[in-house]
Design a protein around this ligand. Sequence first.
Ligand code: PHE
Length: 456
Amino acid sequence: MAEQRTLIHGQWSNRTVFILAATGSAVGLGNIWKFPYIAGENGGGTFVLVYLLCIALIGLPIMMAEIMLGRRGKQSPINTMRALSREEHRNPNWVWLGWLGVVAGILILSYYSVIAGWAISYVFRTAGGMFQGVTADGVNSIFTDLVSDPERLLAWHTVFMVMTMAVVARGVKNGIEKAVTFLMPLLFGLLIIVVIYAMTTGHFMEGVRFLFTPGPIDGKGVLIAMGHAFFTLSLGMGAIMVYGSYMKKQHSIAQASMLIALADTVVALLAGMAIFPIVFANGLEPGAGPGLIFQTLPIAFGHMQGGTLVGVLFFSLLVFAAWTSAISLIEPAVAYLVENKGMSRIHAAEWMGGITWFIGLGTVFSFNIWKDKTLTIPYLFENFTFFDSLDYLTANIMLPIGGLFIALFSVWIMREQSTRDELATHPMLYNIWRFLLRFITPVAVIVVFLKAVGAI
Ligand code: PHE
């Protein structure tokens, strides 16, 4: 029997709201900003294939596990791990898994917010007509201008952090529930408009071929694809766990997880199909890096009918998508402070926001005054800036490790009956889930790690 636990943070009003909020967490900069540029840097086709396999075989079962743990534990991930290990009479050190997630969330948000700041500044640039009839060189220099100015980056980073903390301080439910309901579908619609524009460039098939034709990939590329599966589904750090803790008992975890993963994947693929035709039509570099969408999409907005309006809407929705993800990155930490330190949500949000904002300065400077200050970690990466290092360590190392231990805890530590109770799904589906998490997922994660460092 599960212990009785009280809910102090409230619950989602209904099933749809949970799905929307979790989709809001999953769909963000990861899909529209990061997926295209890392696919571009890692050669396209095979990378996309590995990413899709990771979503299905690793991401989806871990998502079910995370929601399940959260819903059973009913608290912030730290306290959930504490409660569940106690309930199962297991080693209390599992609580560290919760801490790992809290730290990962703060580190990710610190750079996520800086990139979201770029998107905010692009709303205004588009609105001001800066991109009308622009050339590829033009967008390039507009982008370089922005990132080489630390003050502007800092200002937008601050704006975004304040926006995020304002929602978190009010409680996740009130803020997110309403906004997500109509803004997510709108983002989807706008992405389709850009894909339609991409079809008119005459290079659509080239873009599609780039995304779907297998080519060479190395061990590092495979690790980046796997790390991205975790990142894009918000897995391995407790974001989905904490949202699961606000979910009601009677709703199906399996069904919700599939819907979330599907929506997330479709958005990423649409973003890819919007961006690569524009890349090829304008002789740009698919491996241009983190600036990729900021150097391609404005060309589309600058040349299509009504492009200013579409562009303003698009970047606004991108900011919104980033916002709903950012909230979930910090929620585990804030929920913990409220539970254990007796802080008000407002106070907890201020504290965590302040710390995250400060770490974000490192990313702000990575693109300008600290551009040449780099870090090398043997076997992992060479000459990475602060931003590159943080992104690599969080997405490709911390999230997969968090996910691995979530998997191990769910199927090797918890009693089968507890997980069966919670998932309450078709027996065959349950068995597949359990088999994947017991054997396939952990082995896959470990093999990918070993391959990336060249050990196998
Ligand atoms: N999934 C979000 C995105 O794709 C990022 C994120 C990662 C959010 C981890 C929460 C936790 O943009």
